[in-house]
Design a binder for this molecule. Structure first.
Ligand code: IDP
Length: 137
């Protein structure tokens, strides 16, 4: 089984609601290993690059405004199929549709404030880790 790395963000709603420990704890209890972790407030340019694939979407401005609105926790987690494992813990994009037991299914209601980001493929993970933690992908 190939060991992968993935980027996870506890978005500003997760930090302000005191859910960092819950997110990090679930990743750790699943068996993923933390390789980097930092509290930071994103520059708008970094947020626009991170969400670049959504630049033409009607919600892009709202998405960027929200992700720069306060501190978030960025982390890199490592393990076998880490990208898929973290996405499973996080749950579907729309928290109302996310399975109960997943982070979004348990702790969020609005798609724009869905608590956590996780890379959606190994290729995205490399690009996102290079943006947040150069040299760690
Ligand atoms: P993901 O975060 O589950 O990978 P993406 O489709 O990559 O989902 O979308 C990135 C983020 O954009 C989502 O986590 C969500 O916060 C936001 N988003 C996606 N679709 C909508 C929408 O229709 N309205 C508002 N925000 C959205």
């Amino acid at each position: 089984m190939s060991v992968e790395r993935t980027l996870v963000l506890v978005k500003p709603d997760g930090v302000s609601r005191g859910l960092v420990g819950e997110v990090v704890g679930r990743l750790e209890r699943k068996g993923l290993t933390l390789v980097a972790l930092e509290l930071r407030t994103l520059q708008r340019s970094v947020a626009e690059t991170h969400y670049g694939e959504h630049a033409a979407k009607p919600f892009f401005g709202e998405l960027v405004d929200f992700i720069v609105s306060g501190p978030l926790v960025a982390l890199v987690a490592e393990g076998p199929r880490a990208v898929e494992a973290a996405r499973g813990l996080i749950g579907a994009t729309d928290p109302v549709k996310a399975t109960p037991g997943s982070l979004r299914g348990d702790y969020a209601l609005e798609i724009g404030q869905n608590l956590v980001h996780g890379s959606d493929s190994p290729e995205s993970a490399k690009r996102e880790i290079d943006l947040f933690f150069p040299g760690l992908s």
